[in-house]
Write a new protein. Structure first.
Ligand SMILES: [Mg+2]
Length: 386
């Protein structure tokens, strides 16, 4: 059994928790500071109720609600909160998976009272961070994630053999994953509308329809999972983070902001583990069933600098032959890990940068939410987009 924790309107909720003036107001977090020339990175529930969605140009959001509160994204704050939530979750001493910046999974195999556990987790998160989480409990990761979205915000949903079918019937297929691609249309032509329609299809049907992806999807939907079989790594071979967007996006600025954020998270974990990496890996996936794009490159110099990892990701993206029109999920990881060489950097710029990162880490460690973060969320500009 898996317990999936999904933070509610994560970035926007953090901003509202920090600044009481923003509480209960329609609020958007912009991916860049220029309020009229950026995209909505996150929207508060008050804004969502008006029809404002992440990935939407801010101009459109302001047309819907001219009095909308606007805050530029401050990724350091969100990463810090995410890591603190992970620390808090470790106290239950269950196997944990850091699924994304605002999603965490717990292996609750043989847990005597999952519902009580879910309530305790919600309470502790709310008490500590003044933000809420929704929780889903189900036999595997994909269903637990789906369950966490059923009663948002601040809900708990347990999928049992008794209620699974009736829940799945109520959920339109596009809620499961981005189905606005070719596969989505294909599903519709095959008469599949609800998650139940998909769940009840035999494996050969999905395989014929979607090839290897279909088989993987079938296995994921019907798995009974625990993390118990996962090898416990003492020294990581790679460090990565990934994120599934609320819906598929084609806005380069929005996608680059996410790559920047993931790069920063990876860099921070590298530094925590006293590691540097020479190989950067970027993967982008389109809506379910459509193509994925991934690439990796190895550099001579190892790095654990978020900005450098981000720039390396852009290089990989530019070089990729497979440019996706829509992105649904993305991930950044670093491998080829080594301990940093302590020879004094030859170049003055490298030395300055190293000192800067060290100072930022110290300040962030000490002051937490007063954290320092890159002022430029993204170097995204059209010249980077092929
Ligand atoms: Mg969330």
């Amino acid at each position: 059994m898996i317990l999936h924790i999904d933070m509610d309107a994560f970035f926007a909720s953090i901003e509202q928790a920090i600044n009481p003036r923003l509480k209960n107001k329609p609020l958007i977090v912009g991916s860049r500071a220029n309020r009229l020339h950026t995209v909505v990175c996150a929207a508060s529930y008050e804004a969502k109720r008006l029809g404002i969605k992440s990935g939407m140009p801010t101009q459109e959001a302001f047309r819907i609600c001219p009095h909308l509160e606007f805050v530029p994204a401050e990724q350091g704050k969100y990463i810090w909160t995410s890591e603190q939530i992970l620390e808090l979750l470790k106290r239950w001493e269950l196997r944990l998976n850091y699924a994304s910046i605002d999603e965490f999974q717990m292996d609750i195999e043989n847990h005597p009272d999952p519902l009580k556990l879910a309530c305790d987790i919600q309470e502790r998160i709310k008490g500590t961070f003044a933000i809420t989480a929704s929780i889903g409990i189900a036999p595997n990761c994909i269903l637990a994630k789906l369950a966490s979205k059923i009663n948002k915000p601040c809900g708990i949903t347990v999928l049992t053999p008794d209620n699974l079918m009736s829940y799945l019937q109520k959920i339109p297929l596009n809620k499961l994953c981005g189905l606005n691609g070719i596969t989505g249309e294909l599903f519709v032509t095959k008469g599949m509308r609800s998650c139940l329609d998909l769940y009840q299809k035999p494996s050969y049907f999905l395989k014929n329809l979607m090839g290897k992806n279909g088989l993987t999807l079938y296995q994921a939907l019907h798995a009974t999972e625990s993390f118990a079989n996962l090898p416990k790594e003492s020294k990581p071979k790679s460090i990565g983070h990934s994120y599934t967007l609320p819906r598929a996006s084609k806005t380069p600025q929005f996608i680059m902001a996410w790559i920047r954020l993931l790069a920063e998270m990876v860099a921070r974990r590298l530094r925590e583990n006293n590691l540097e990496s020479k190989t950067t890996h970027l993967w982008l996936s389109g809506p379910l069933g459509s193509k994925n794009s991934q690439g990796q490159m190895t550099w001579q110099n190892a790095t654990n600098d978020g900005q450098e990892i981000y720039l390396r990701c852009l290089r990989i993206k530019l070089k990729s032959k497979n440019q996706l029109p829509m992105i649904r999920a993305l991930g950044v990881s670093c491998s080829n890990l080594n301990q940093p060489q302590y020879d004094s950097p030859l170049f003055l710029e490298a030395k300055r940068r190293e000192g800067l990162l060290e100072a930022i880490d110290k300040i962030n460690y000490k002051f937490g939410d007063d954290t320092i973060y890159p002022a430029i969320i993204t170097l995204a500009s059209h010249k980077h987009e092929p």
